[in-house]
Design a protein. Structure first.
Length: 265
């Protein structure tokens, strides 16, 4: 089982998750060209993709959906609320309605040899979800665009082999930055995004000896930078009430403009 971040950030998100027999994309918020180039670099292609899992309808997660779905006819999996929100958009062009497959949070489903477990997240979107994807005892989790976390989120992300977790902003950078007040409040609110510190505290709840890799994703272009996100999360882990330090785990930042390493479980 593999995971690779093709792009991650406030400007666009696309993640590959696959096995020897099944290939999935989680979100397609970048151009078709970038998606195809990213897949090609790990010896995959859009033609062999078995499904696109959509977390929610914001443009940085679905920007490439219209072109990709029309060109390659890849099945699209999303909640009813997300589907209806996407279908109301004019920017994507006409989407083939028979490509959509409606899913529900907390109702697992199968694509090839991968089990997909959607779970509800708190974000200012129609019906957003994160994903836990299993192949037998192997599992990866993708959790971005979280306003906050609770025991339900911790339960859905526990025992993973690989995790891509949002570390969207530095609170101080956001507060003194140029964003208007209403947007700052939205980002800081319960339907906004996880700060670096909050991501670190959540990660402390999820650490275990089998955790192979952690990607910090969905960094804000305006209110964060890679070194700050990395150092803040690592500091929370090392100083947290757990038996580990950050050096015990492979923690890296998923880049907005280039592909990450392919992690194999």
């Amino acid at each position: 089982m593999n995971l690779c971040s093709i792009a991650s950030g406030s400007s666009g998100n696309c993640i590959y998750v696959g096995s020897e027999h099944t290939s999935l994309l989680v979100d397609v918020g970048i151009s078709k060209k970038r998606i195809e180039e990213g897949l090609r670099s790990i010896d995959r292609s859009c033609q062999e993709c078995d499904g696109i899992l959509i977390t929610h309808e914001h443009s940085d997660h679905i920007k490439g959906l219209g072109v990709i779905s029309r060109k390659h006819e890849i099945p699209v999996y999303c909640t009813k609320g997300t589907m209806e929100a996407i279908q109301r958009m004019n920017s994507l062009g006409k989407l083939p309605p028979d490509l959509f497959h409606v899913i529900e949070a907390d109702r697992p489903f199968q694509i090839g040899d991968l089990q997909v477990n959607p779970f509800a997240i708190s974000h200012d979107a129609a019906e957003p979800v994160g994903y836990r994807i299993n192949q037998g005892e192997k599992s990866v989790g993708i959790a971005t665009d979280l306003g906050y976390y609770d025991e339900y989120i911790v339960q859905n992300l526990s025992g993973l082999d690989v995790l891509l977790l949002e570390a969207n902003h530095d609170v101080n950078m956001l507060q003194v930055g140029r964003y208007p007040y209403y947007l700052k409040q939205r980002i800081l609110g319960n339907k906004g995004h996880l700060s670096n510190e909050t991501a670190g505290r959540l990660l402390c709840r999820l650490l275990h000896d089998r955790l192979q890799a952690v990607f910090l994703g969905h960094l804000s272009q305006e209110n964060n930078y890679e070194a700050l996100a990395y150092e803040t999360v690592c500091s929370e882990v090392t100083m947290g009430e757990n038996p580990w330090t950050s050096s015990d785990f492979k923690i890296t930042v998923a880049h907005r403009d280039r592909i990450s390493d392919l992690v194999t479980i």
